[in-house]
Write a protein that binds this ligand. Structure first.
Ligand code: 5GP
Ligand code: ZN
Length: 140
């Protein structure tokens, strides 16, 4: 996806409306148009990067600082029911990324809400875990 057709770039340029909760030189945070729960915020770097692995470390730190500020805010903001939060960050179609401009979700949660993730976790042996750990260690 090019910068020109990117929906978040259009929001950043002011070409599409958004409900902004925070903005600085590098980062913008606005409400998700289809919130999982009320107060669901997206935190987005103003520079276009497709996914997390493309983001320079310094930008990622600026981004995460705003994620932390927003996460604290939703616990206490009027009108937000927040008994917990999920931070969600999707990369790639297989991982549910729909908008290919990197972003974090801050999602307020409460008991009995409608957010469901079905998990069927594996049960690898210690040997399999150790082998996998060494593969990833070698890739860092
Ligand atoms: P992803 O699946 O890529 O992690 O999440 C993309 C998110 O962007 C979705 O939750 C979706 O509701 C939100 N979204 C898509 N288009 C717009 C838009 O035009 N404005 C806003 N505020 N959110 C959007
Ligand atoms: Zn973009």
């Amino acid at each position: 996806m090019s910068v020109h057709s990117c929906v978040f770039c259009k929001i950043i340029q002011g070409e599409l409306p958004s409900s902004i909760v925070h903005e600085n030189e590098h980062v913008i945070a606005f409400l998700d148009i289809n919130p999982i729960n009320p107060g669901h915020v997206l935190i987005v770097p103003k520079q276009h990067y497709g996914s997390l692995k493309e983001v320079p470390t310094e930008t990622a730190m600026q981004l995460f600082k705003v994620v932390l500020d927003v996460e604290k805010a939703v616990w206490v903001a009027d009108g937000v029911r927040c008994e917990g939060t999920n931070l969600l960050q999707n990369n790639g179609k297989s991982a549910w990324q729909d908008v290919f401009h990197v972003h974090f979700h801050v999602i307020p949660r409460y008991k009995g809400d409608n957010f469901k993730i079905k998990i069927e976790a594996g049960k690898p042996s210690r040997e399999e875990l150790d082998t996998m750990a060494s593969h990833i260690r070698d890739s860092i």
